[in-house]
Design a protein around this ligand. Structure first.
Ligand code: FAD
Length: 812
């Protein structure tokens, strides 16, 4: 075996093979792919997966990854054998709730450009004659879904990669890495050492174990999952073709099916999660069947067989011919792990990927490793997205198990995970509980969504009722809190906003090179800016406060920003970055009476002359030292008040007491969201991502291209005159319809975009939906429709922002 390589891929499952295929296509030569098992039936998860590919996903990125996968698999063949059977898919609904949800799912498909439709029960039975139509309402059908022959696809991709110089080695376990000087130097195998500057780990369920060899956390848990095959069905009459029936899901009972020649395969998620530690997976020589397979546990199959027979009665005349508990990976949030490790340069990861996304992920990781960027928004998939607690074994197992349980559930976008909670509490937690806060969770933080004690506000501020779906995980109290903020003053807990501190003599030039706006301004300035990738796509939006000559506080979107800044730190050590979110706490005091409240406990000059909009001052609230930023994401007069966490409760109490004469109200995140929406403030990750330029997203005002070089500037200059779509504000003609996001937007009967953020603007009195529209439609007054659960709801493009467009309330 060779002793050096330009790149070593560990794992020759569907992900490793697909990555090798795309990397060689992109011109990377001298790739070595290693697998502990035999090629290409390696004994990993790919070897035993039945290969069903359902492309539709709530996430646009995941749907695109699966579409690209289908494109790839259907283009491959191995010795004349196909790697893809495009038989289509059916997802049946036994319950009215599922049937409704399938309408929502069809909406996602239409939003993401995937063809699909709903079929009635009789039509479903025509396509799968084994099925009893009397127990279903109908099904969601996707004609381009189908079945992957994954091992065949692996070999076909590997052969192609080999033609371009890649070499594949079975029976070659990686047993260690040389990662000296903070970067990968070599891969160690029993057959010797391979020197390399780049490694890609694609070891599926073994990921945590292999990651640990390199000192890299790969937060996933292997999980068992049951799959059984029946004896032949008379109804299939000795069928010799592998599959002609559409693949099938019966999610109301957590099951799925595919045809295997004249038999059927049954997958069940009914059992409680059976988690395994990566370290406990038996080595190939000791595994009873295959390494990623465990013995079938009939006690966990429970009602699965009876449920299968109910949907497909002819199965009752068959028996289980073979069955096993396979293993595959679950992450805390159900998304894959893609990216370069934070502390070991050159060490890349593509983990927790289904066959369904294998081709798309291979292509994406190849793009990232060669060009440094992907055309897809990957923030949900980024290896570096997780907070420290999400890397602990306890958390990974708890959330991974929950992902398994919920894999087929109808999930409302606001539905909360119940465990492990509470995890991170702000210093205001006790006070919030006293006020009856209803907590939602984000990045481990408990955040009040609304306060039960504010129910009394509903007499002053009536709030329109909502439909059943939009009314879930919602309370009219949020609408009252919104209006009380606009009329009086609200107290918002902003502690969970991720904050970074950038310091040192090189801090200014580091940040200047990363953000779009001019931050070379006097101490005390606050600037809203964007961070772009090299293509001009929006990686993040940040609020940069210059608190000292060489000290900047950066309000960010989370750990991906920390990772991005770290990767750009000057090598001379002249700048440092660290996360300070938990060390300080923050209260937002916003509303027309905010100044009155603050004056009651603050002797500093809070006038606009002394303390203008978008500036920072060190002040005292009573005896609490506070760094105050005059900014507002809700569009009202006021400040973000930062203090070390230990002063938090005192800060709350002082403001609360001082605020009583002004009718101060504790306000939750639900109102925060509706306040920002009617002000047109963009939410990064939803309204704008790397897939959008600032000009498309309507935040071009934050770009000062003349200030000098910054990442993405060149691409942006090219993009400026080529804006084909624009983020637009729509108001629904019927204000009683509140949509949730991700719904298709129609014009002339065609899908022309999709909803990003949506909600109700209680001051504007409008149901609002933001979405990208072709530039020619992004004109106020244009009539469009938002398709909500299959209904076209008329909407009109509006001039934005809907509330206080002159920004009078911010600058008083
Ligand atoms: P794997 O295929 O497991 O490949 C990882 C490779 O790494 C293995 O070949 C292993 O030998 C190798 N390796 C590990 N450690 C080392 C080491 N130290 N040195 C060298 N090599 C190493 N997905 C779908 O999309 N559709 C389905 O219908 C479907 N059905 C499933 C049914 C079951 C029962 C199960 C368990 C999973 C199913 N999945 C399905 C999920 C899917 O199988 C996996 O997510 C996917 O195959 C993972 O591919 P991979 O390349 O990441 O991992």
């Amino acid at each position: 075996m060779q002793t050096s390589a330009s790149l070593v891929i560990v794992g020759a499952g569907v992900v490793g093979c697909s990555a090798a295929y795309f990397l060689t296509k992109k011109g990377v030569r001298d790739i070595v792919v290693l697998d502990q098992g035999p090629l290409f039936d390696t004994g990993g998860s790919t070897s035993h997966a039945p290969g069903l590919v359902f492309q539709t996903n709530a996430s646009k990125t995941m749907t695109t990854l699966s579409r690209r996968t289908v494109e790839l698999y259907s283009s491959l063949e191995l010795d004349g054998q196909p790697c893809w059977y495009g038989v289509g898919s059916l997802e049946v609904a036994r319950t009215p709730e599922r049937w409704l949800d399938l309408h929502r799912k069809l909406g996602w498909a239409r939003s993401w450009g995937l063809e699909g439709c709903l079929l009635d029960a009789a039509e479903v039975a025509r396509r799968v004659p084994l099925l009893d139509p009397s127990i279903i309402h109908g099904a969601y059908y996707v004609p381009t879904d189908g079945l992957a022959k994954a091992v065949r696809a692996c070999e076909a991709m590997a052969r192609e990669a080999m033609q371009h110089g890649a070499s594949f080695h079975g029976h070659t376990p990686v047993i260690g890495f040389d990662t000296s000087d903070g970067r990968v130097q070599a891969v160690i195998t029993p057959n010797g050492r391979i020197a390399t500057e780049r490694v890609l780990i694609c070891t599926g369920i073994w990921g945590p174990k292999v990651g640990r060899m390199a000192g890299v956390s790969i937060p996933l848990t292997p999980c068992q999952h049951q799959y059984a095959r029946t004896t032949p069905l008379a109804e299939l009459g000795g069928e010799e073709r592998e599959i002609i029936h559409p693949i099938l899901r019966d999610q109301d009972v957590s099951m799925y099916y595919r045809q295997h020649f004249d038999g059927y395969g049954i997958g069940s998620y009914q059992h409680e999660p059976l988690l395994v530690d990566a370290e406990d997976i038996l080595p190939p020589e000791r595994a009873p069947i295959q390494p990623a397979m465990m013995d079938f546990t009939p006690e966990h199959f429970g009602d699965a067989w009876a449920d299968a027979v109910k949907l497909l009665p002819p199965l009752g005349k068959t028996e289980i011919a073979s069955a096993f508990n396979g293993m595959f990976s679950f992450t805390p949030d159900g998304f894959p792990l893609i990216g370069e490790a934070p502390d070991v340069r050159g060490l890349w990861v593509a983990e927790a990927v289904w066959i369904t996304h294998g081709g798309g992920v291979g292509r994406t990781v190849a793009d990232l490793m060669t060009d440094g960027v992907s055309d897809l928004d990957l923030h949900d998939c980024d290896l570096n997205r997780f907070e420290p607690h999400a890397h602990t074994r306890s958390y990974v197992r708890a959330r991974g198990a929950q992902q398994y349980r919920e894999v087929y559930d109808v999930i409302h976008p606001l539905q909360q995970m119940e465990q492990p909670r509470p995890l991170r509490a702000t210093p205001f937690h006790a006070r919030q509980r006293e006020l009856g806060a209803v907590f939602f969770e984000a990045r481990g933080w408990e955040r009040p969504q609304w306060y039960a004690s504010n129910e009394r506000l509903l007499t002053d501020y009536p709030v329109p009722a909502r439909t059943e779906w939009a009314g879930r995980h919602w309370s009219p109290i949020a609408g009252a809190e919104h209006q009380a903020t606009r009329e009086r003053v609200g107290l918002f807990d902003m502690t969970s906003l991720p904050k970074l501190e950038v310091t040192g003599p090189g801090a200014l030039s580091l940040l200047q090179g990363l953000v779009t706006n001019q931050i070379d301004r006097p101490v005390g300035s606050v600037v809203y800016a964007l961070m772009l990738d090299e293509t001009g796509g929006i990686r993040s939006d940040v609020t940069v406060a210059r608190l000292g000559e060489d000290r900047f506080q950066v309000g960010s979107n989370g750990l991906l920003d920390l990772d991005w800044i770290r990767r750009h730190l000057p090598t001379d050590g002249s700048a440092q970055v660290r996360e300070i979110t938990g060390a300080i706490c923050c209260l937002g005091l916003w509303g027309p009476r905010a100044r009155d409240v603050a004056r009651g406990v603050c002797d500093d000059d809070l006038s606009t002359e002394a303390f203008p909009y978008f500036s920072a001052r060190r002040i005292a609230i009573g005896e609490v030292p506070v760094e105050a930023l005059r900014v507002s994401y809700v569009g009202e007069l006021g400040w973000e008040l930062y203090t070390p966490a230990e002063y938090g409760q005192r800060l709350w109490d002082l403001l609360w007491e001082a605020g009583q004469p002004s009718g101060i109200v504790a306000v939750g995140r639900a109102a925060f969201e509706s306040l920002r929406l009617e002000k047109g403030y963009r939410l990064w990750g939803v309204d704008m991502t790397t897939e959008h330029t600032p000009y498309e997203a309507g935040v071009g005002f934050a770009v000062k291209a003349k200030k000098g070089e910054f990442v993405g500037r060149e691409a942006l200059l090219r993009a400026k005159d080529n804006v084909c779509r624009r983020l637009s504000c729509l108001t629904l003609d019927d204000p009683s319809v509140v949509v949730m996001g991700k719904e298709p937007i129609l014009a002339g009967g065609n899908v022309v975009g999709y909803v990003t953020s949506a909600g109700f603007g209680y001051s504007a009195g409008k149901s609002i939906a933001y979405g990208y529209l072709p530039a020619e439609l992004a004109v106020p007054g244009t009539q469009v429709a938002v398709e909500y659960f299959g209904e076209a709801c008329l909407a009109t493009v509006a001039a934005e922002p809907l509330f206080d467009p002159e920004r009078r309330r911010l600058t008083v």
